[in-house]
Design a binder for this molecule. Structure first.
Ligand code: ADP
Length: 384
């Protein structure tokens, strides 16, 4: 049986809405539903004041649709988009006031050096205010985009709570010491990138009960006790969120700058703003914001669906005085490739998505290394 919007709506009618006033469909909370083959995507519009408590509702909706036979992956987002004016304008959420604009357009950002990590010229963080926005996917494709500029690139998977680099780069195995008895490890190599992840050091099903200090010492080891060789730029995939571990990491890693990934919805943007403020607190320049899952182009009809109110991140970047780096469409194929260790920049270098990542990489490199940087073109890596 093929999946239709009706089937999805039917399943969602069993999900009670807030305040026991009927189900989420009859309350008019469900956005346009996009069905791509077996995969389903939609958003639930909620009152911004209640958003913090409605994650269980999102999960219930996801479960209800996932349980329908024949349905593949289900992607559900909460959005605080105001229905009344339909403008997607930002919801007036407490604590969401814009931060003061930075002093000058990222002044000095280009001059920073990564003192501290031998051989590594620049380190940038890829961060998000919350999980699931595509931060790791963006980090890996940004790294590959930087490599396509002719740079020597490393990736440090600092998402100790849920390391994704082994999966995203299809890497298994353990890093070996550079010499017998040495504490220094050789990074693994994936598509030309030097890669280190806590995922290489612990079994996948080991519970990740890392306390703050343990996280830091694990990360410091991965940063400083790995032979990174000669690296132009290292991309650090940060743990999602803005807690103490993230703050300490931002503070203790010699970062040249940070890139914030957000989905377009207001709720995700509020989280993104927290991320941005976190870096500002520790004086790390924010190089820009990337909008991921920005819009969806139907493979069959070619129509562009903006299910999550696309454009929010660009507006937010303008408001906050940081560069908007680009928008990446929601693409089920990208997810399939990504989740099977075939990042889109190398597995489909001619795709729109790959071009977008290369463009973003060029902007990031210009911000980090200064306008005069002219990286040499690298041989293109094509994966058959
Ligand atoms: P995070 O690091 O923010 O938790 P991930 O990078 O692990 O997020 O992505 C979460 C899921 O979303 C993964 O299954 C990934 O393949 C998918 N994903 C990320 N970006 C996109 C996109 N633009 N289109 C479709 N799927 C995406």
């Amino acid at each position: 049986m093929s999946v239709t919007k009706e089937t999805v709506l039917e399943a969602l009618r069993a999900v009670p809405g807030p305040h026991e006033r009927g189900d989420i469909v009859s309350q008019g909370l469900v956005s346009e539903i996009v069905v791509a083959g077996k995969d389903v995507m939609f958003a639930i519009n909620v009152d911004p004041a209640e958003a913090a408590h409605l994650e269980p509702l999102r999960q219930a909706a996801e479960r209800a649709v996932s349980n329908v036979p024949g349905i593949g992956k289900v992607m559900v987002a909460l959005t605080a988009e105001k229905k009344a004016n339909g403008s997607g304008a930002e919801a007036p959420t407490a604590g969401a006031r814009p931060a003061p604009p930075p002093a000058g357009p990222q002044a000095g950002a280009g001059r920073r050096q990564s003192g501290g990590v031998p051989g590594v010229k620049h380190i940038i963080a890829v961060a998000s205010g919350k999980g699931g926005v595509g931060k790791s996917t963006t980090a890996v494709n940004l790294a590959l985009g930087l490599q396509s500029l002719g740079l020597k690139v490393a990736v440090l998977d600092a998402d100790v709570y849920g390391p994704s680099m082994p999966r995203l780069l299809g890497l298994t195995g353990r890093p070996e010491p550079v010499a017998p008895g040495s504490r220094t490890l050789k990074p693994l190599q994936g598509f030309g990138l030097k890669v280190m992840s806590i995922g290489f050091l612990v079994e996948e099903d080991t519970p990740m009960i890392w306390r703050g200090p343990m996280v830091m010492s694990a990360l410091q080891q991965m940063l400083r006790e790995v032979d990174w060789g000669d690296t132009d730029i290292m991309v650090v995939d940060m743990p999602p969120g803005t807690g103490d571990a993230q703050l300490t990491l931002a503070q203790q890693t010699p970062l040249a700058g940070a890139v914030i990934v957000s989905t377009p919805q207001d709720l995700a943007l509020i989280d993104a703003r927290k991320g941005l403020n976190m870096f500002r607190r520790v004086d790390v320049p924010v190089l820009g914001i990337i909008e991921n899952m920005s819009y969806f182009v139907c493979h069959k009809c070619g129509e562009r669906h903006e299910i999550f109110g696309h454009g929010g991140a660009r507006m937010e970047a303008d408001r906050l005085g940081v560069q908007f780096l680009g928008e990446i469409p929601l693409d089920p194929e990208m997810r399939l490739r990504s989740d099977s260790g075939q990042p889109i920049v190398v597995s489909r270098p001619d795709s729109l998505q790959a071009a977008i990542f290369r463009d973003i990489a060029a902007k990031v490199w210009a911000a980090v290394a200064g306008e005069t940087a002219t990286p040499r073109p690298a041989p293109r890596i094509v994966v058959e």
